[in-house]
Design a protein around this ligand. Structure first.
Ligand code: AMP
Ligand code: ZN
Length: 136
């Protein structure tokens, strides 16, 4: 994709600080650094979001993410680690080339994802599950 920042990074057309790469993935430092050690793991082909991943690419990107997460953990010894991935603007995606955030976390570090639980009754869970199972 000609106008995709991450395609340009993967092709070496714009600068990045690279961490790890294999045939299908590239990990590089997130330019925004929510916390020191914040890394992005991107797939090499231009795939917009999780719905465009085949099983091979899905496996590859998570394998690389776990490898990078272990390294960030060893390097920064954070109190926690968030693995975060957004699909679509409503979910907070701003770069439309699939990537997974590896973010070392600290108590009260200011990174917040509000989690507005609804705690519906069991019948509702069953109703939702029926729909999802039918789509698998
Ligand atoms: P998302 O909201 O999940 O789409 O996140 C996109 C991330 O890409 C943000 O955390 C940005 O800081 C990061 N980002 C955008 N452009 C670059 C770039 N050229 N190099 C490294 N990270 C970038
Ligand atoms: Zn791209």
């Amino acid at each position: 994709m000609t106008n995709c920042a991450f395609c340009k990074i993967i092709a070496g057309q714009i600068p990045s600080t690279r961490i790890y790469e294999d045939e299908q993935t590239l990990a590089f430092m997130d330019i925004g650094q929510v916390n020191p050690g914040h890394v992005l793991v991107a797939v090499k082909p231009h795939v917009e979001n999780v719905f465009g991943l085949d099983d091979t690419l899905a496996g590859a990107v998570f394998r690389a993410t776990v490898r990078v997460a272990r390294a960030v953990h060893a390097a920064f010894a954070p109190q926690g680690m968030s693995i975060y991935q957004a699909n679509g603007p409503a979910a907070g995606q701003t770069v439309f080339h699939l990537h997974i955030h590896v973010v070392p976390r600290w108590d009260a570090d200011g990174m917040n994802l509000t989690w507005p639980v609804k705690n519906p009754p069991r019948e509702k869970l069953e109703e939702y599950a029926v729909k999802i199972r039918a789509a698998l």
